[in-house]
Design a protein around this ligand. Structure first.
Ligand SMILES: O=P(O)(O)OC[C@H]1O[C@H](OP(=O)(O)OP(=O)(O)O)[C@H](O)[C@@H]1O
Ligand SMILES: O=c1cc[nH]c(=O)[nH]1
Ligand SMILES: [Mg+2]
Length: 219
């Protein structure tokens, strides 16, 4: 798997990442969601450069203009709930894309919250056969949710290409995906890679719980 980390490049993405991490700013839920959406828009733009293009002749009122546009049949796929603002950012760019969703939640098996399981309960997707699948989820912590989501989507057709995007990844999550995708035909785009997971499998320094920050506490 190839890894592209936008934190290694100077761009305005870093400003949005700073704001979603900042404990004094992230409490503004609308700003938090919109910042993730904006990161999605910018990532989608960068990822659009990796698609397959061909020249089409476009009839203008005054003549014919050759324009190189993407030919990929894109499906944007995400994981409820935290994935929704990132998904929207991608959809703002690839506005004709298909859309796929799974619900996955991290479930602690013990009272001390040390043993984690991920449950997938709901899936809604178009046929993914021969599609360019963009799997987007803001947090890549252990990597379990991303792997299970991918496996669930595979049961609905084998895509021609897989592109993965997240906002904050942990080193461990990246290594998890590298084991899952040893070939260079899959690329992971992320806005930062953090060094650690804590004992509850949260990314450190990370930003906290992305789903709660975007949509509020849950029981
Ligand atoms: O790599 P992992 O260890 O599997 O963790 C990553 C998952 O955690 C977040 O979802 P969460 O389970 O917090 O659900 P939520 O979106 O409902 O808050 C995030 O959106 C990922 O799906
Ligand atoms: O740090 C983390 C890990 C998983 N999910 C989150 O929202 N944050
Ligand atoms: Mg969460």
């Amino acid at each position: 798997m190839k890894v592209i980390n936008f934190a290694e490049t100077n761009s305005v993405i870093n400003q949005y990442v700073a704001e979603i991490r900042d404990v004094n700013i992230q409490g503004d839920r609308m700003r938090f969601r919109r910042n993730i959406e904006r990161i999605g828009e910018l990532m989608a733009y960068e990822m659009s450069k990796e698609l397959t293009y061909s020249v089409k002749q476009v009839q203008t009122p005054l003549g014919v203009a050759p324009v190189s546009t993407p030919d990929d049949d894109v499906v944007i796929a995400t994981v409820f709930r935290a994935g929704l603002p990132l998904h929207q950012g991608f959809l703002n760019v690839f506005d004709r894309a298909g859309n796929a969703f799974v619900s996955a939640y991290r479930y602690y098996k013990d009272k001390e919250c040390r043993e984690l399981d991920v449950h997938i309960e709901y899936i809604a997707t178009p046929d993914l056969t021969q599609k360019t699948l963009m799997l987007v989820d803001p947090m890549l912590a252990t990597g379990e949710s991303m792997e299970l989501a991918y496996r669930a989507f595979l049961s609905k057709g084998r895509p021609a290409r897989l592109l993965i995007a997240c906002v904050i990844a942990s080193r461990q999550g990246v290594e998890h995906l590298q084991r899952l995708f040893p070939e260079d035909d899959v690329t992971l785009w992320c806005a930062a890679i953090d060094p650690e997971l804590n004992e509850r499998s949260y990314i450190v320094p990370g930003l906290g719980d992305a789903g709660d920050l975007a949509y509020g506490d849950k029981l």
